[in-house]
Design a protein around this ligand. Sequence first.
Ligand code: IMP
Ligand code: MG
Length: 178
Amino acid sequence: MKIKVADLEFEPLINEKLIIERVKAIGQQLNADYQHTVPVFVGVLNGSFLFIADLIKEIDIPCEIAFTKLASYYGGTTSKLKIRDDIDLMVDIKGRDVLIVEDIVDSGNTLHYLVDKLKQRGPASIKVCSLLLKPAALQKEIEELQYVGFEIENEFVVGYGLDYQEMGRNLRDIYKKV
Ligand code: IMP
Ligand code: MG
């Protein structure tokens, strides 16, 4: 069923059930990979808020959660090179195992910026977990990107935290622009 978000039309791409199944599987993988440490999960606001909330519920090893806020889109449907740094991380990550939790990697510029910035603070490790990845849009390889929920075509999506003009974050499923 098609839906309208702001002035654009969208159609279903990934349903809630599939998302939840995939989030569970990633959570189990993280429980195994981080069993000997206490990782800090860093959610990138706003887009990752539902993903990190569901993901953290699958984690059964000791862990911490923190947030940072970046923006690169400013309401459009194509990525802007300029990144706005809105809220910095409030925890000291020196010597910690950090897992950045993102909603989507498009050009990769936002992630590249964030990984570089956090690396300078001396974490023991940095890895990235993104719910979605658009491989065809990726402009630079990000070796830290080790966990991906779904690879999608180079199309604009909303729902499950992702927005178009700040709308559509509340949708349970993920939709693509018609
Ligand atoms: P990148 O810097 O080009 O990789 O863009 C990443 C950021 O842009 C993500 O964290 C999202 O907030 C936003 N973004 C990228 N693609 C989409 C999309 O299809 N829908 C909604 N937001 C997107
Ligand atoms: Mg984002």
